[in-house]
Design a binder for this molecule. Sequence first.
Ligand SMILES: Cc1cc2nc3c(=O)[nH]c(=O)nc-3n(C[C@H](O)[C@H](O)[C@H](O)COP(=O)(O)O)c2cc1C
Length: 410
Amino acid sequence: MRVALGVSGGVAAYKAAELVRRLQQEGIDVQVVMTKSAQEFVTPLTFAALTGQKVITDMFGDESAGANVESAIEHIAVAQRIDLLVVAPATANTIAKMARGIADDFLTTLYLATTAPVVVAPAMNVNMWEHAATQENINALRGRGVHVVSPEEGYLACGMTGAGRLAGVEAIAKAVCGRLGIEHDLENETVIVTAGPTCEDLDPVRYLTNRSSGKMGYGLAEAAARRGARVVLISGPTRLDPPQGVEFVSVRSTEQMQAALVEHLARATAIIMAAAVADYRPIAPETKKMKRGDGRVTLELESTPDILAGIARNKGERIVVGFAAETDHVAEHARAKLESKQADVIVANDVTAEGAGFDHETNVITLYSRDGGEKAFPRMPKIDAAHRILDRILELRRAGRELSATQRAR
Ligand SMILES: Cc1cc2nc3c(=O)[nH]c(=O)nc-3n(C[C@H](O)[C@H](O)[C@H](O)COP(=O)(O)O)c2cc1C
């Protein structure tokens, strides 16, 4: 999600820095646009450091419009790129210009040029806020579908008391997320996600593993955290950075993964087993590096513990989701796994399909559920596939609650 944050010239401009951070926590990419007056209160450098992006401070950039066509049409490019424009703090002046369609700086031009939803959080002296001109302008914006996050009452920077203080960062972030469709519908869940491959040592330098990149599991952890869940990500070795806001547990072998799961199981309400765990491990790993020889070598392997089946047997109210990465007879194997592992949902994918499986950014999944449900999805980014899996968990949770309510009523 991309959001442009317009900062105009009021004392509350410094609070916009906190808003940047808060939106970033939701995984939102923030492009800051400052009016000339705003730069009297906070420097663009503050926002550039927070966002890692150039802050847009004027219409024409460093060079003249004629000499730099890219910068001259930047307002159109930004207008098309963003999913939402939020102006916080919004001064009486900027609100008036927006209401009248005056476009004499980058921010007000962007407002006219974008078709994305707009959120405005006014902040000003109480008399300025209550002035008929400001109220008319605010009503005009509301009438056009602009979402206004009303200022709070309280002590104002000018020394007066009344309405005009910038709404809290949480309230503004909530309005932004609401308009972007980012919901915190998993805030009652504690989700354990397993991800990546596991490694089974042959000797101190060699091991058996598989091609799992961990992208699907990390996507699930990120998506669940964004939707408000507490997330424990138990991961085998991958090249990925753990998503922000998740508790990260690094493991190597299947046995370590099982131990970590058992340790965190008590507080989990849902478990998603996206890891590609090794099914076999050497019976007796060598303690010293195996020397090269001429003849054949036979490795004797034994089954690793069946983590999913073990968890599903003791699951209680927890919703358990397993994965079936298959190369053939996908539906058959997925349904069989649903039964044998007592899982609530099996996410099946044909790893040979185009744009699916290991190390791809996309996946093609079908969800098989214990209630008989079966839902196939087209190829989509793994983060979107993650959201579809989480949606299914929520549906099952709601269905479970309704069932309990009906049973109690009898
Ligand atoms: C110290 C100081 C604080 C100000 N605080 C506010 C404010 O909180 N809200 C507001 O609407 N205007 C405030 N103003 C007035 C605006 O800065 C002024 O109207 C300016 O033209 C706004 O420009 P802009 O809307 O392009 O950012 C303040 C001015 C000064 C000097």
